[in-house]
Write a protein of this length. Structure first.
Length: 484
């Protein structure tokens, strides 16, 4: 495998006095985009009734966004590296705002699904610019803190999605409230467009990049991700035929790897320099940890939402509020973990995963057997708070350690690679964990037992993430990787 090409024409680092304000603006944009991954979950019944559609079709409102999002992350990151992060943020956010307006005003399910696909593509252009900007604007312990705030954004947005969605529907009604889940993005997005245009530095300030692109690599990677994710989201909507596409994944992945090696050997600019996987310490294991974590973590919220609403007849708002302790735990742990990662290194990820697994094991053991609403609230509060404390300390340190030694000129594409793994893991995890729940409900006719089976699947995947983190920790050099 080729080594990463040398950093050429990369500007010397000079701290931007506005870097924390720039980060704040971009994280708000990232929060809005990531919130849309889960905010729709609690609105599915309202959308289905409002547009008079089927369960299988409505699933594409949720899954279509995730599919399009995952398809464009690496390409979006590479475009930001080549053409400037401000430009790609403005393009991505403009598309996201327009698609949000179209989704909120959609008169039919077909137009709503199309708008969600466009939303996802736009989000894939916008999101990797966050990690690229952190790579460029911060160094040393400050980078760990910045990634801590980014990890906070990722964790809390996923956990708060059902809460925000439930609140909007409760305030504006079941019939039209779901439309405002999308329309609320419009005024916020317009304000952010002005802030990004004024504050994010142009490409020239960030150095002189290599503007050559790799369209063949983008097509091969896109086809690989599509053939992996499309069958997954199709299964969620009740289709089985697309599973045949999975047989194409190995061949497409090999073709992508060979093409990228060829581009590097010819002195070109690859979409993603695969030499990073071998030459950059922690990059390959960081992608594996992030992918496995999101595979095990994402399905938990979906299953709990179904368990509470369908199994126990809770409202969308009550369900969202019951899941809030995870967000609170993540809000506390993510910034703190970002400050500690420079000294603690990978062992922080190990301890965080152990904590999260402990919380989920307690949740699986206690929730199905508690009696009474009051006891259930206490059990969910305590176990999800512990799981949130662990989960919040996984994402931000993993970003810091994975990207610590990646050259800044590759920051967008490399960060997009990490996030692509997360999106793939999230899609697969949601499908697998939800399938485990549905099979168990059918077999045992007991939502509590089904929840236990689903959480067991999540914990098994998280144990694989833990094993990978322990392996990475044992191979960690004596110096703390986050101190770069």
């Amino acid at each position: 495998m080729s080594e990463p090409t040398a950093d050429v024409a990369e500007a010397p680092y000079e701290p931007d006095p506005r870097r924390w304000r720039i980060l704040g603006v971009t994280l708000v944009a990232g929060f809005m985009v990531l919130l849309d991954v889960t905010i729709v979950n609690v609105a599915v019944p309202s959308i289905r009734e409002g547009l008079d559609t089927t369960v299988g079709t409505i699933q594409w409102v949720v899954s279509g966004y995730a599919l399009a999002f995952g398809l464009t992350l690496v390409t979006g990151g590479r475009l930001g590296d080549a053409w400037g992060r401000r430009r790609m943020m403005l393009i991505g956010l403009s598309g996201f705002v327009l698609a949000s307006a179209a989704a909120g005003l959609a008169p039919s399910i077909e137009l709503l699904v199309l708008a969600r696909l466009v939303q996802g593509f736009a989000a894939g252009l916008l999101t990797p610019q966050n990690t690229g900007l952190i790579q460029t604007l911060f160094r040393g312990p400050e980078r760990g803190i910045a990634f801590g705030l980014f990890g906070f954004t990722v964790s809390v947005s996923a956990a708060l999605g059902p809460v925000v969605g439930g609140l909007i529907i409760a305030l504006l009604g079941e019939e039209e409230g779901w439309r405002w889940i999308f329309l609320v993005n419009v005024p916020i997005g317009l304000v952010l467009l002005v802030a990004i245009a004024r504050m994010v530095p142009p490409r020239e300030v960030l150095g002189t990049p290599d503007t050559r692109l790799d369209p063949v690599g983008a097509l091969l990677l896109g086809a690989t991700v599509l053939c992996l994710l499309y069958p997954v989201v199709s299964v969620e909507s009740g289709q089985r035929l697309p599973l045949a596409l999975l047989v194409l994944v190995p061949g497409l992945a090999v073709a992508f790897v060979r093409w990228e090696r060829r581009v590097v050997a010819r002195g070109g600019a690859p979409l993603l320099d695969l030499g990073l996987l071998r030459a950059v310490p922690g990059y390959a294991s960081g992608i594996a940890i992030g992918t496995l974590y999101f595979t095990g973590f994402t399905g938990v919220f979906l299953v709990l939402s179904v368990f509470l609403q369908d199994g126990l007849d809770y409202s969308a708002l009550q369900t969202g509020l019951l899941l809030t302790p995870f967000a609170l735990g993540s809000a506390v742990a993510s910034p703190l973990a970002g400050r500690l990662v420079s000294r603690a290194g990978r062992r922080l990820t190990v301890l965080a995963l152990v904590t999260m697994i402990g919380g989920l094991v307690a949740l699986a053991g206690l929730v199905p057997v508690v009696d009474g609403t009051g006891r259930l609230w206490w059990v969910l509060t305590l176990t999800l708070l512990v799981a949130g404390l662990g989960g919040g300390a996984v994402v931000s340190p993993n970003f810091t350690l994975t990207l610590a030694e990646v050259p800044t000129r590759m920051g967008g594409a490399a960060g997009g690679g990490v996030q692509t793994g997360q999106r793939i893991g999230a899609a697969i995890g949601a499908a697998v964990v939800m399938t485990a729940y549905q099979v168990a409900v059918t077999r045992y006719d007991d939502p509590g037992v089904a929840l236990r089976w689903a959480l067991a699947v999540s914990v098994a995947v998280l144990l694989a993430a833990l094993a990978t983190a322990v392996w990475s920790w044992r191979r960690e050099p004596a110096h703390a990787p986050g101190t770069m």
